[in-house]
Design a protein around this ligand. Structure first.
Ligand code: FAD
Ligand code: NAI
Length: 476
């Protein structure tokens, strides 16, 4: 018999895993969560929180906040009559230290939540040994653990380029990019995706000359075309040098930096010399050492664990959630799936609607969206109407000195149901929630148009965009 027996074993303690474990314990299951990352807490145990809390969402947002304040102090303060004596400067180690304290507080907080909810924390790598409908044996570190239900939440790791090894000093993935000891004079970024734009913005604001090299011909091809166009205009004006349609060639790495060659859209070979390079070209699912073959777990050609809409795998009582399965690699999506699976195990009707998972890029302006883009609707042959209102027409945005961007709402021409909302502008990350709620309730643009929005707020632009779907905006 195994030394440790549980009703539910969660493998991986990131947002998908720790939330699934807490919810399963709340529902009365004897639950354990195994975690094996190299980020040790003061007790020497692996930290909980996964990529998100340790080397993802939270530390990146802490650095985005500090660098935004720095930029405001340099540029926005003088424009609003605030004078600082002397030049604004940045103490990078102090900024990194603050970021690390935020990470410490949150990751230790999850250990506290585990205690409160009676989740057993197991330090160690989870690896399938055997099992079936009656239960599974999983090796966690040196112990063998037995559990009736398994939730796999092993997350993802950065994808690297074969010819450019990452040392997280000169050539960095997300881990090193969050821990620079100084502002590089010249920074190269491979990949103009979410990490490239967020981390490129951090170091650009603090004074680095940033060149972003993107393989695809179109910038932000995943976003609504109007948002992508506005974003390119704004980021370029801010000083990000974004080159699309590149093919990366050779890289010579020394202690001083990287000398990189790339071919541009026109087929011309270029050279880029930088002090540091961030490689942010997407992420791959983590199944190393999990030994899925030991129990016959189905995987697809992308290395993801195959699941249905309820995150059930091909094996009885085995579920997988978060970055290790299909769908967007986002912390809130992982958490929703974690809750859904715990509730399904308890016999409840768990649900996670991938069609209303919002996407957010925390640049300035922020970019947020939910649902279909205008291109999607054209491709799908859906007749739609558009309400698009700039923040320039909004008193709060003007008063705050930040009128960049717009809200664009897409609604069905026939039923008026909201099909997509796309925002580029200040606080887009918060504004998008209203659209998510409306869409989750199958709301129409008319519903939002008839709701009283506080004045003066940025949310009035969402209201006006809803009114504009019916060609009756009041302030534009
Ligand atoms: P992870 O967070 O990757 O957690 C998986 C955990 O499982 C890891 O701790 C790993 O050590 C552990 N593990 C793996 N294999 C095993 C095993 N066999 N045994 C035991 N433990 C194992 N998303 C957002 O929604 N908003 C953001 O602002 C955002 N910003 C990001 C910024 C950066 C720089 C990065 C890199 C990502 C960001 N993300 C963001 C994405 C987000 O971090 C992920 O989508 C999220 O962490 C996925 O959660 P998860 O639980 O599936 O996996
Ligand atoms: P990404 O998928 O967002 O972007 C990768 C980019 O690199 C793409 O534009 C791709 O075309 C490009 N690329 C791929 N191969 C290339 C090559 N050889 N040369 C040049 N360009 C190449 O991936 P990223 O930025 O690494 O982030 C990973 C994931 O983490 C994101 O998909 C997102 O899910 C999550 N994330 C979420 C954040 C948020 O929610 N705000 C912030 C950061 C990350």
């Amino acid at each position: 018999m195994a030394e440790k027996q549980f009703d539910v074993l969660v493998i991986g303690g990131g947002p998908g895993g720790y939330v699934a474990a807490i919810r399963a314990a709340q529902l009365g299951f004897n639950t354990a969560c195994a975690e094996s990352n190299p980020y040790a807490d003061p007790k020497g145990e692996p930290r909980l929180g996964g990529t998100c809390l340790n080397v993802g969402c939270i530390p990146s947002k802490a650095l985005l906040h500090t660098s935004h304040l720095f930029e405001e102090a340099e540029h926005a303060f003088p424009s609003q009559g605030i004078k600082l004596s002397g030049k604004v400067s940045i103490d990078v180690p102090a900024m990194i230290d603050r970021k690390s304290k935020v990470v410490d507080q949150l990751t230790m907080g999850i250990k506290g939540l585990f205690k409160k909810n009676k989740v057993t924390f197991l330090a160690g790598h989870g690896s399938f040994v055997s099992g079936g409908a009656d239960g599974y044996k999983v090796k966690v570190g040196k112990d063998t653990v037995e559990a009736k239900h398994i939730i796999i939440a092993t997350g993802s790791s950065p994808r690297h380029l074969p010819n450019i090894p990452v040392d997280n000093k000169i050539v960095c993935d997300n881990v090193g990019a969050l821990d620079f000891d100084a502002v590089p004079k010249k920074l190269g970024v491979i990949g103009a995706g979410v990490i490239g734009l967020e981390m490129g913005s951090v170091w650009r604001r603090l004074g680095a000359e940033v060149t972003v090299l993107e393989a695809l011909p179109d910038f932000m091809g995943f976003a609504d075309k109007d948002v992508a166009k506005e974003a390119l205009k704004v980021f370029t004006k801010q000083g990000l040098d974004i080159v699309t349609g590149v093919s990366i060639g050779e890289a010579k790495v020394s202690k001083k930096g990287v000398s990189l060659t790339y071919t541009d859209k026109a087929g011309k070979e270029n050279k880029l010399d930088v002090d540091r390079l961030i490689v942010s070209i997407g992420r791959v699912p983590n199944t190393d050492g999990l030994d899925p073959a030991a129990v016959g777990l189905d995987m697809n050609e992308r290395g993801q664990i195959v699941v249905d809409e309820h995150c059930a795998t091909n094996l009885p009582n085995v579920y997988a959630v978060g970055d290790v399965v299909r769908g967007p690699m986002l912390a809130h999506k992982a958490m929703e799936e974690g809750v859904m699976v715990a509730e399904i195990i308890a016999g409840q009707a768990g649900h996670c609607n991938l069609d209303t998972v919002p996407g957010i890029i925390y640049t300035a302006p922020e970019i947020a969206w939910v649902g279909k883009t205008e291109q999607d609707l054209k491709t799908d042959g859906v007749a739609y109407k558009v309400g698009k209102i700039p923040f320039l027409a909004n008193g709060r945005a003007l008063g705050s000195g930040d009128p960049t961007g717009f809200v664009k709402m897409l609604a069905c021409a026939e039923t008026d149901r909201i099909l997509g909302v796309h925002i580029i502008g200040a606080n887009a990350s918060e504004l998008i929630s209203e659209a998510v709620v409306a869409m989750e309730f199958n709301g129409a643009s008319e519903d939002l148009a008839r709701i009283c929005h506080g004045h003066p707020t940025l949310s009035e632009v969402v209201h006006e965009a809803a009114l504009a779907c019916d060609k009756r905006p009041l302030h534009f």
